[in-house]
Design a protein around this ligand. Structure first.
Ligand code: AMP
Ligand code: FE
Ligand code: FE
Ligand code: ZN
Length: 283
């Protein structure tokens, strides 16, 4: 169990605890600092910061955005953001609109596959702020169309399956620029999802991302093997960027993942937070 967790979702995106609940849960678990990293939204940060101030838990304002990338799946984390930035708000509102359009397409595709799903079945599972594929997976499972959420992704929702619908994503340079312009620290999330790449290709990608302004790699992550942790850390060190980590906690929506638990949780210390603030100051 680490003392910090820099990757946490709430009901603002596809987690099951509200921002205040997640902060109280993290405190109960003995954590000192967490980052709220909802998909395409910074809305949960305010409540989390308030609650954190009341009970004594540090909050790094953050978010996670999906990035256009052909090989696998690329997500970018943004930390220490200026959550009041009009520029950031406008871009995130745009991404919420893109999501709503994509969700309507998913629903239509499911219905075309003979699945009697109503929008209300999905809305009921969310806080009403944002709907993602995890909500669709839960609805499909609740209604008996799949045994597990994982099966719902494998049968219907993932790329190449009948109800997959693409959506606009910023390209890596734009996504990094968005975080930097919002005074944040851009960090590459869970590099294990980038798809199989040779070390040479991976390094070439990191080099390119660093040129655009990437400032860290999420090295410590539940799905990373010891070898991956070691390798990603060596690449971060080589390029002089931050080594971060987090659990990608989603509450009951991701059973088996608990807050503060990730491969390498004993290696991340609270001093990273100072290092991040320093990085932000230098950028
Ligand atoms: P969205 O951003 O709405 O496309 O949903 C992406 C989210 O769905 C990810 O952040 C994960 O929480 C979840 N997800 C994506 N792919 C899978 C998968 N194959 N199995 C389980 N959950 C997944
Ligand atoms: Fe998610
Ligand atoms: Fe992610
Ligand atoms: Zn995440």
């Amino acid at each position: 169990m680490g003392s910090i967790d820099l990757h946490v979702h709430t009901t603002v995106s596809d987690g099951t605890l509200t921002p205040r609940e997640v902060v109280r849960y993290a405190k109960k678990k003995g954590l000192k600092v967490i980052a709220i990293t909802d998909h395409d939204s910074v809305e949960g940060n305010k409540d989390a910061i308030d609650e954190g101030a009341a009970i004594g838990l540090g909050i790094l304002p953050g978010m996670e955005i999906s990035v256009e990338y052909s090989c696998g799946s690329m997500h970018l984390l943004g930390y220490c953001l200026d959550i009041e930035s009009d520029f950031l708000k406008e871009k995130l509102e745009f991404l919420q609109g893109v999501r709503r359009e994509r969700n309507a397409k998913i629903l239509n595709k499911l219905r075309a596959s003979g699945i009697a799903l109503e929008y209300g079945d999905i809305l009921r599972l969310s806080s009403g702020k944002q709907i993602g594929r995890l909500h669709f997976a839960t609805a499909l499972t609740n209604l008996g169309y799949s045994a597990t959420r994982q099966e719902a992704f494998n049968r219907f929702l993932k790329k190449g399956r009948p109800a997959y619908a693409d959506r606009f994503r910023f390209n890596p340079e734009e996504a990094i620029g968005l975080v930097l312009k919002s005074k944040g620290i851009p960090v590459l999330a869970h590099p294990c999802t980038l798809g199989s790449r040779s070390p040479k290709e991976f390094e070439a990608l990191i080099m390119e991302l660093v040129q655009w302004g990437l400032q860290g790699i999420e090295v410590y992550y539940p799905d990373h093997t010891d070898e991956q942790v070691h390798y990603y850390r060596s690449v971060a060190e080589k390029y002089g960027i931050l080594t971060t980590g987090g659990s990608d906690y989603h509450g009951d929506n991701k059973p088996g993942v608990d807050i503060g638990v990730y491969n390498g949780d004993d290696q991340l210390s609270i001093s990273l937070i100072d290092a991040m603030r320093e990085f932000r100051g230098n950028s």
